[in-house]
Design a protein around this ligand. Structure first.
Ligand SMILES: *Cc1c(COP(=O)(O)O)cnc(C)c1O
Length: 419
């Protein structure tokens, strides 16, 4: 299938531009009304509501063990900012530019604090309910106790990661008392490994890329009857944890009097790695705003796995290496060569467009957003900033750039990036 498709696309302009590793934009020709496309996902509003309710049940526990969530009563959510200086610097004359500051999310400083933490919580809840240690009407702050930590210590939670997912899963799992194991790809940053070890997480390092770290982690856990593997490529739990962002953003916009309708469409720019984070958020946004929201995915020129998978229709049966790309990028959170097949098929008719960004541009944007708004973003989190230019002529548009991570970068690492 792969060879046949590649042969038939030898003269294809889109594929050739992808191969050339130069910035490109592709308007999704498969886009459909969400009324029709929603069924592709296989999940519903009720699933997202259940995830939201679960996070609410855990809020007293989160508030107790992570004091930085005191102000939000144990709810892990980010602010959004109106960014006029940045808008000017990017040369956007029409509409209004906002940033969704997931870089400031508590506990792990990235979008992974949504899905990653949610998945660990649902697993812990299931174990405790199944063993008669907890009922859903309880005050979950009781999980912060020796008997619970002791109970969870029999089980291990593992994940393969380029960095941030490992941080979220590792920190949350260790806090509950699980044995936490994170399998890191070669592009994972040293400070992320150090932080995990400081939190009592076992870190395994690999020379290969993200796909190999995932495969090793998965294999190791399969032999352990008390092991749980967080499957970033297929997990519905992760996806639902991310999707909660849609309802929450709608509530934030309502409160701020920001109206999204036919005359005031919302354009959201989401950095994409394997696809779970931006995919889950897209699903949540589509449920909240319907066809008035347009979700656009951003990927590095060397790692456009989701664009490639959806464009060719091969999804996870094709990798960026298959078209001669290296999957090397400074955007460590986006250094993924093969997209999630689940997310590609779920959202291929819901995404408005895709584009790719060069590393140098990410560096430039990292400086611009710091100089204009004082925000501390990691390179991956800057990919969304490069997308607004493609929609700058739309009247009354609200542009929302999803800033996916960065606040926990050590100052020395950030200073190095600013240079
Ligand atoms: C993981 C990550 C993404 C993308 O999420 P995926 O689920 O891998 O697509 C984007 N930005 C940052 C900073 C990340 O850590």
């Amino acid at each position: 299938m792969l060879t046949e498709t590649l042969n038939s696309l030898q003269q294809d302009a889109v594929l050739n531009q992808l191969r050339s590793a130069t910035p490109m934009f592709w308007q999704n020709t498969k886009l459909a009304s969400f009324k029709d496309a929603a069924a592709d996902v296989g999940l519903t509003q009720a699933d997202v509501d259940a995830a939201m309710a679960r996070l609410q049940r855990f809020a007293p526990y989160i508030q107790k063990v992570f004091p930085e969530t005191q102000g939000s009563n144990g709810i892990i959510e980010s602010e959004f900012y109106r960014t006029e200086q940045l808008q000017k610097a990017l040369g956007i004359d029409k509409g209004a530019l906002y940033i969704k500051a997931d870089n400031e999310l508590p506990i792990s400083g990235s979008i992974k604090a949504r899905g990653g933490i949610y998945e660990v919580l649902q697993y812990a809840e299931k174990l405790a309910l199944d063993h008669g240690l907890l009922s859903i009407d309880d005050d979950y702050s009781k999980l912060d106790s020796e008997p619970f930590r002791d109970f969870f210590s029999k089980y291990s939670v593992a994940v393969g990661s380029t960095g941030n997912l490992g941080l979220s899963i590792g920190i949350m799992s260790a806090k509950l008392g699980f044995k936490a194991q994170v399998h890191m790809s070669s592009d994972a940053k040293q400070w992320k490994k150090d932080k995990l070890r400081a939190n009592g997480v076992e870190v395994f390092e690999y020379d290969g890329d993200y796909g190999q770290a995932v495969a090793s982690g998965r294999q190791q856990v399969e032999q352990d009857p008390y092991g749980y593997f967080v499957d970033d490529e297929n997990s519905k739990h992760l996806f639902l944890g991310y999707a909660v962002a849609g309802i929450r953003l709608k509530q934030q916009f309502d409160k701020a009097g920001i109206i999204i309708d036919k005359q005031h469409p919302l354009y959201v720019y989401l950095p994409c790695g394997v696809g779970g984070g931006p995919g889950g958020v897209t699903f949540g946004l589509k449920l909240a705003f319907g066809d008035h929201v347009h979700c656009v995915f951003a990927e590095p020129v060397q790692s456009p796995c989701m664009l490639l998978g959806i464009y060719t229709g091969l999804h996870d049966e094709i990798s960026v290496q298959d078209i001669g790309l290296s999957n090397h990028t400074i955007a460590d959170g986006l250094a993924v060569g093969r997209a999630s097949g689940f997310v590609g098929q779920a959202l291929q008719r819901s995404l408005t467009a895709f584009y790719t960004v060069e590393d140098e541009e990410l560096n430039r944007l990292l400086r611009v957003v710091h100089e204009t708004e004082g925000l501390k973003l990691e390179p991956s989190a800057c990919a969304g900033l490069a997308g607004v230019q493609y929609f700058k002529d739309i009247d009354n548009a609200r542009h929302l750039v999803w800033a996916t991570g960065g606040s926990m970068m050590p100052d020395a690492v950030f200073a190095e990036l600013l240079k």
